[in-house]
Each structure stands twice: as structure tokens, then as C-alpha cells.
Write a protein that binds this ligand. Structure first.
Ligand code: SF4
Length: 478
């Protein structure tokens, strides 16, 4: 299954708000676009009320994933990239108390969050398990309706425009069009360029060299800020599971109770020791930090999803801190290579847990990180793709079973596993001759998609199977 489309690095890495790219970021963007479409159709001032219908996985795990909150923020016109996340609880409380929502933060309409957002637990829309219908009551007699799908990683698509969108993106005349890993490898061989150099040339179709570099460094800065906030925030995560944040406790132990200072944290981390255990602890700590922030509705980079947002920052920070990788050009190369691998998975399989389980989230992020790390550690393009293949091969079949519908158990710890597997995969590839490899990245992409199709729907972000039903916590406690 290859969907021919051209995907920018900045489609794969997006700055947003936790806890879920498909259940929070996607519905947020769809709601915002719906209101913008009301404006374009000159309907906004006639809107009397709005109703939102959530289907499939969006209904089943929407409460735990903050879909209702995201939809209200989107209808209110807030931008997930820049919103001050500390203001979110206040905005939602106000909507609840006043039963009024300000469309685009300006135009009041009656909105009861309980009756205005309907969770259709037993129904799915045909195109994708994450379906959402918005209906606006226009004047006294008519309605305006749009159907949207959140298709994973914060990507959204509107019913009626699915084919049009794909046709438009197919037309993007990139110098090195890539749908399969084999094509990427051919471009590298034919041009004698690294993966990141090929991707950089393609990216220039959308933006200038300076915009690419500064945009990627901003992505990196957002990742690092997120790690720092996670490493310095204590307490319980929201949602009712009473999960205690651990990254700050581990940080304190590793620093032997010295205060963590963002200004010179690299020195502090290195001074705390760089033996095997210490490095392993820091990598896990970085991954936990990001996903605790994600679970707390904090600012994260979708990479390629929010549930798996900790893997790439943890591996990149491992490289920066422990492999002398503190160089902007290397950080940019890492991200470019990782993004291309993510895009190959999106085209040939899926990055949506509602379609493919957790292999589509943690598995893909681990493969992306493995490829990025291999390139900056000096691996050849073949070794990068081999590393991505190894990382995914050992995530195949991984199910999605978030307890209480929250992106906390097993999600937060699972990022540590994805990060460590990525580092191991990179090391294995660097010590191997890829000519001898029996499995290609394209083989594993296809296998992941086949596995996704065979996977029981209970394990696809529904919280109806696996850990979600086997640990003694009931949904009513959440
Ligand atoms: S189990 Fe995996 S795929 Fe499912 S919500 Fe958690 S991190 Fe995402």
C-alpha cells in the first residue's frame, strides 16, 4: 500500500500540544479549519450553535486523549503551535461555566460541552477509524456540515477532498521523488549523496535553505525545552490514573540532588558520569520527560506522533550529550534522515495507532531515530536504512492498549524502549555489512502493514484489549 504523496520534513515533525497527535492535534486542527471554512463561506456570523460527533477510536479513547478539549480549542481558533499551554484549563473552565464558546476567540455561540460533543462509541465512519463530523446550525432553518478524518501523526483530511489532496501532492515536482526505501537508496548511490543531503534538496521545493535550517533547529529547541521541563517537573499526571512523574526523580538521583540548570545542563549531565548505566539512565530519563510532558498537555514535537514523541528527542540528546554531537549541521542531518524514514512508513504502511497499533507509533519513531543516529555516527545510506529496518523488525506486532484511554500506561515507558532499541539498531547496523542483510526496509514496511491489517481492532487505540482491560483500574476512576 503506497500512497503517492510528497511529505515535507515539517509535516512529520510538528510543534503541538499533548497528549495525542491523532486524538488531540488532528481534531484540534480539523475544528479550527472547520471554523475557517465557515468564514470563507460567509456563514460565521449566522452560526447559532455547533455540534461535534466523534466516531470510532476518537470516541473510544477521546476522553482520555483530550479530544473534547482539543475540539473546543480548535473551534475557539487557538493555534496548537503557539498557544500558552498553561492557559488551556482556564479556557475550558470558562466554556463549561458560561456554556458559550467564542468562535475564533471572538464570536459567541451557545455551546454545552456535554451535549455539544457526542461520542459515538459503537460507530465508525468508512474512511478511517478516527472520524469527526462538525455541524453548525445556520440561522433558524439550515445547517452546514463537514466530515474530517484524523489519519495519524496530526495529519487530517476532509471528506470529499481526499482524492483532490492526494492528486495535488503527487504533483509536487521534487528533484528526488521517493516512495520506497529502495528509491531513496538509488538516489543516494546515483548522486553520491547522503540521505540527509537528498532530503534537504527535496525540502528546498517548499522553503529556502535558511528556513529549513532554522525550522529544524527550532524543532530541536522545542524538543530540548520539553526534555528540560519534564526533567524538572514533579507530581502526578492528570487524568485519574494517579501516575507519578518519574523523570524529575531520576534526574535528581543522577545529579545527586544538585539543581538542574538549563544553561549548562550538558556539562552537568556529563559530569554526572558517562558509564553504560548512567547513559542508559539518561536516555530513559529524556524519553520519560518528554512523554510525561505530553501526558500533561504540554508542548511537544510530534515525531511522528505524540504518543511516541519521546523516542527521537531521547536518541538525539544521547547523540548530542554522549557522542560529541553538539553541532547544528549534525542535528539537522539527524532530523532530515529520520523524517524521510517516517515518511516512507506513512506512505507504505501507517503512522496511525488506530490503523496499525503501537508498531505504527513507537516502532516507526524507533526506526526513524535509528536511521538518523546511524547517519550522524558516520554510517552509509545503506546502513541507515538497515538500522531503521532492524528497529522496526523488533517492534512488529506491538499493540496499542492505553489504560483508561490515557497516553500514560504503557505509552510513557514504551518510549524508553523505543529509544534504546534505536541505539542498539544503529550500533548493529554500523558494525554490519548491509550487503549481507536478508531483510530490507521495504520488506519490513510491507510486513508492518500486513500485520496492521491482521491485528484485531481491540488493539488499535480502542482501550478494549491488552493492558487496558487487564490491570485493576476501571475507566470510572479516570
Ligand atoms: S500504546 Fe503506543 S500507540 Fe497506543 S497510545 Fe500508547 S504510545 Fe500511542
Amino acid at each position: 500500500m503506497v500512497v503517492e504523496e510528497r511529505i515535507s520534513v515539517f509535516d512529520i515533525f510538528k510543534i503541538g500540544v499533548g497528549p495525542s497527535s491523532s486524538h488531540t492535534l488532528g481534531p484540534w486542527k480539523a475544528a479550527r479549519q472547520f471554523v475557517q471554512n465557515l468564514v470563507q463561506n460567509d456563514l460565521l456570523l449566522q452560526v447559532q450553535s455547533i455540534q461535534v460527533h466523534l466516531y470510532g477510536s476518537l470516541a473510544k479513547t477521546g476522553k482520555g486523549h483530550g479530544t473534547d478539549t482539543a475540539v473546543m480549542l480548535g473551534l475557539s481558533g487557538f493555534d496548537p503551535v503557539v498557544i500558552d499551554t498553561s492557559t488551556i484549563p482556564g479556557i475550558i473552565t470558562q466554556i463549561n461555566n458560561k456554556q458559550t464558546l467564542l468562535l475564533l476567540a471572538k464570536y459567541p455561540v451557545h455551546f454545552n460541552p456535554v451535549s455539544g460533543i457526542v461520542f459515538h462509541y459503537q460507530e465508525s465512519l468508512p474512511y478511517h477509524p478516527n472520524g469527526i463530523i462538525f455541524t453548525a446550525e445556520i440561522g433558524d432553518t439550515s445547517t452546514y456540515t463537514e466530515t474530517w478524518y484524523s489519519i495519524g501523526g496530526g495529519f487530517i483530511t476532509k471528506e470529499g477532498e481526499i482524492d483532490k489532496v492526494n492528486n495535488e501532492v503527487v504533483a509536487a515536482p521534487l528533484p528526488y521523488p521517493i516512495d520506497y526505501a529502495a528509491e531513496l537508496l538509488n538516489w543516494c548511490k546515483n548522486t553520491n549523496k547522503s540521505i540527509s543531503e537528498i532530503v534537504f534538496q527535496n525540502e528546498k521545493y517548499w522553503r529556502s535553505e535558511e528556513e529549513i535550517r532554522s525550522g529544524l533547529l527550532n524543532i530541536y529547541k522545542t524538543m530540548v525545552d520539553c526534555i528540560y521541563r519534564g526533567c524538572t517537573s514533579a507530581g502526578e499526571l492528570p487524568g485519574g490514573l494517579r501516575v507519578k512523574r518519574r523523570a524529575s526523580e531520576i534526574t535528581k538521583k543522577l545529579l545527586q540532588d544538585r539543581t538542574f540548570n538549563q544553561g549548562n545542563w550538558a556539562e552537568q549531565i556529563k559530569a554526572a558520569g558517562s558509564n553504560f548505566h548512567s547513559i542508559l539512565d539518561w536516555v530513559s530519563c529524556f524519553a520519560l520527560a518528554v512523554n510525561e510532558e505530553n501526558a500533561a498537555f504540554g508542548r511537544v514535537v510530534t515525531a511522528p506522533t505524540n504518543g511516541s514523541a519521546g523516542v527521537i528527542p531521547a536518541v538525539l540528546q544521547y547523540y548530542v550529550m554522549f557522542c560529541n554531537g553538539d553541532r547544528e549541521d549534525k542535528i539537522i542531518s539527524f532530523l532530515l534522515t529520520a523524517a524521510e524514514v517516517g515518511s516512507i512508513f506513512k506512505k507504505g504502511s501507517t503512522i496511525s495507532a488506530a490503523m496499525g497499533g503501537c508498531q505504527a507509533e513507537i516502532g516507526v519513531s524507533s526506526a526513524m531515530a535509528a536511521a538518523g543516529l546511524t547517519e550522524v555516527l558516520g554510517g552509509s545510506p545503506q546502513q541507515c536504512l538497515m538500522a531503521a529496518e532492524i528497529a522496526m523488525e523488533h517492534h512488529l506486532g506491538l499493540t496499542c492498549d492505553p489504560v483508561g484511554g490515557l497516553v500514560q500506561i504503557p505509552c510513557i515507558e514504551r518510549n524508553t524502549m523505543g529509544a534504546i532499541k534505536a541505539i542498539t539498531a544503529a550500533q548493529l547496523a554500523l558494525h554490519s555489512n548491509p550487503e549481507n542483510a536478508k531483510v530490507t526496509l521495504d520488506d519490513v514496511v510491507k510486513t508492518m502493514w500486513d500485520t496492521a491489517q491482521d491485528m484485531n481492532s481491540r488493539y488499535k487505540e480502542t482501550s478494549e484489549g491488552g493492558l487496558a482491560i487487564n490491570i485493576p483500574i476501571s475507566l470510572s476512576e479516570c
